[in-house]
Ligand binder design. Structure first.
Ligand code: S6P
Ligand code: ZN
Length: 192
């Protein structure tokens, strides 16, 4: 991993799993305790099975400001009650660090907010590049019915992750299946 030399990897279709990676992270329903607004549906679903929600294949580099960490995030389709499957979401521990996402497959949204309480929910579809500015928490949401949402990401090596803030307060906006399609609604349980 510590090579000082340039390196390459490929993202082979159709699965887009990097030809080289250092970590494979799997996050299941139990990792998102308290995040889905319909807690009854969450508990019922978890009692049946600790469903796999998403996977991350990370190409690691030393955690230094001049380095870039990159990889692929694969978010599977599904819902808890009316709310689409989503990632835990986080601020970066070094708040002033940005991130780039490039959507390769599927449909969804990036839900974002900053410490000033501003929010942004940006659509993701193949070919779209999303810039997450410094200090914006980010969570991806898969709204495809059957397809995974697959994104390539890159962010500074020293960024780190602050999951605790989102675990406590959630995001201000939720992405749900409404009467007439996908809706972005205010989180009734959001407290800041
Ligand atoms: C890391 C970057 C992504 C996420 C991945 C899973 O800064 O934003 O690699 O880690 O999409 O999300 P989460 O919130 O579980 O880390
Ligand atoms: Zn991030």
């Amino acid at each position: 991993m510590n090579t000082p030399y340039p390196f390459q990897f490929t993202l082979p279709y159709p699965d887009l799993i990097p030809s080289h990676y250092d970590h494979h992270i799997q996050r299941r329903l139990s990792a998102l305790k308290g995040q889905f607004f319909d807690q009854e549906s969450y508990a019922a679903m978890l009692a049946r099975e600790d469903t796999l929600l998403y996977e991350v294949y990370e190409v690691s580099r030393p955690h230094l400001p001049g380095e870039l960490l990159s990889g692929i995030s694969i978010l599977h389709p599904g819902k808890v009650g009316r709310e689409f499957f989503m990632t835990k979401g986080h601020f970066h521990a070094v708040l002033e660090t940005a991130e780039i996402y490039y959507c390769l497959k599927g449909e969804g949204f990036m839900v974002m907010e900053n410490p000033q309480g501003e929010t942004s929910v940006e659509p993701l579809c193949p070919g779209r590049v999303l810039y997450v500015p410094p200090a914006w928490a980010h969570r991806s949401v898969c709204t495809s019915r059957q397809q995974d949402l697959v994104t390539f990401f890159a962010y500074p090596g020293n960024a780190g992750h602050d999951y605790g803030t989102i675990e406590k307060q959630g995001f201000a906006k939720l992405v749900v299946e409404g009467e007439s399609g996908i809706e972005i609604i205010d989180n009734p349980r959001w407290n800041k």
